[in-house]
Design a protein around this ligand. Structure first.
Ligand code: HEM
Length: 396
């Protein structure tokens, strides 16, 4: 349709400035395949008030790479490191090999590659403890947490995202090469959602339990998204983070074998929404769809709530509009284990993620089939403009 001529941003109904998308050699094909040359040539652009990769349309593949700083990486070394990272990100996201890339051909088709950088408490402490926000560090422990499997914390996070795994793998390798004298790999997690073109752009993801996942989520088009996720630098010690965000990343294992034994009504009651289309159980199937607002007060003829009081959406739902998060979960599958890499953005995990997870930890029908096995919090650095250096405000 008209989407081909208008580009991906328009197809998603998001402003071009927000998506920063730029189609190269995409020809005149359909919305899904990008034409004869495919969507591989598309660039997302890395400059702006915020880093790319958070509210920009999600890529089909995402790799989270956490690093631990080497002992002698001091503030001066860190400033050098961010200089190098800036050059690498500018080159790779523009489809060019970074300095001394032996295989620049692998960078040539970025498929909307974005590289988003976050820092952990350990990195901020090397520069100035006064600049460490209160929320930057391990979250308070939840009763059901089973952490300690090598997917917790970290000093530095790189989030490498694209619609094709090839540029992700290449970028990750180049970045790792350039970080070698500053930091060592701590953990990496690979996530995915439906491949680009498998669904119309903008379709809500399905997770590996089969549910439509991501419906009730603040949208990049909402006026209050900024006040929910982008730091404004007003909190003590956070001036350097204005334009950044707080990321909570939880690795959550799913018990798919026992989940498969639950009948369909049972699986729908667990969430409070239908499997077929993600519509809320509070509205009749025939007249409801994914966008129908859920009504937690609606009851059946016996006076029982149509959305069970222990269902996932009932327990996760916040009446307080400030207690919301921007969810960007992706699926993972590794060595026979499946689950969700639950990433979410906010201004303050302690007043946004923590109370929500506190409720879920206490009671959520879903808990029988899920376990949180990894947890990390990072400060996502503010965006940078051409000529600027990513992370410069930390040293200013
Ligand atoms: C809603 C799945 C973990 C917070 C939902 C929905 C599904 C879902 C299917 C309904 C559709 C939607 O609105 O997106 C899952 C699965 C999880 C998981 C499978 C773990 C494997 C979490 C965690 C949190 C969370 C850890 C936060 C601490 C929410 C919120 C909503 C939601 C806030 C919207 C509630 C509302 O309707 O207001 N989730 N979720 N979820 N989930 Fe989760």
């Amino acid at each position: 349709g008209g989407a081909a001529g208008l580009g991906l941003g328009a197809a998603l109904g998001l402003g071009g400035a927000l998506l920063g998308g730029r189609a190269l050699q995409s020809g005149g094909g359909s919305e899904t395949d990008g034409g004869e040359a495919g969507f591989g040539g598309e660039e997302l652009g890395c400059h702006g008030a915020h880093q790319a990769g958070i509210v920009t349309a999600p890529g089909a593949h995402i790799r989270f790479l956490a690093y631990r700083l080497l002992e002698d990486t001091d503030a001066d070394a860190l400033a050098r490191m961010f200089n190098i990272l800036t050059g690498d990100i500018e080159a790779l996201t523009a489809g060019e090999g970074p300095l001394a890339d032996p295989e620049p051909e692998l960078a040539a088709r970025p498929a909307r590659l974005s590289i988003t950088v976050g820092v952990g408490a350990g990195l901020v402490e090397r520069v100035s403890s006064a600049r460490r926000p209160e929320w930057l560090g391990p979250l308070p422990a939840f009763t059901r947490d089973r952490l300690g499997n090598g997917y917790d914390d970290g000093d530095l996070l790189l989030m490498v995202q694209a619609d094709d795994l090839l540029p992700v793998a290449h970028a990750a390798r180049m970045l790792e090469r350039d970080l070698v004298s500053f930091a060592e790999p701590l953990w990496s997690q690979q996530g995915f959602r439906q491949a680009r073109g498998a669904e119309a752009s903008g379709t809500t993801m399905r997770n590996l339990m089969g549910q439509v996942d991501g419906t009730e989520n603040p949208s990049p088009e909402d006026d209050d998204l900024a006040s929910l996720i982008w730091l404004d630098g007003s909190a003590a010690g956070e001036g350097w983070l204005a334009g950044g965000s707080a990321l909570v990343l939880r690795r959550i294992r799913m018990e798919l074998d026992t989940w498969d034994q639950v009948d369909r009504p049972g699986r729908e009651q667990t969430i409070g929404r239908r499997l077929s289309d993600g519509s809320p159980l509070s509205a009749p199937a025939a007249s409801a769809d994914e966008r129908t607002p859920s009504d937690f007060e609606a009851t059946n003829e016996y006076g029982l709530p149509l959305i069970p009081s222990a269902s996932h959406i009932r327990r996760a739902h916040s009446e307080d509009p400030g207690e919301r998060i921007f969810r960007r979960a992706v699926n993972y599958e590794q060595d026979g284990e499946s689950g969700l890499l639950f990433a979410c953005y906010q201004r303050d995990p302690l007043s946004q993620f923590v109370p929500i997870q506190g409720r879920l930890d206490e009671l959520d029908l879903l808990n029988e089939w899920i376990t949180h096995t990894g947890s990390a919090v990072f400060a996502i650095l503010p965006g940078f403009r051409e000529g600027e250096t990513l992370g410069a405000s930390l040293f200013a």
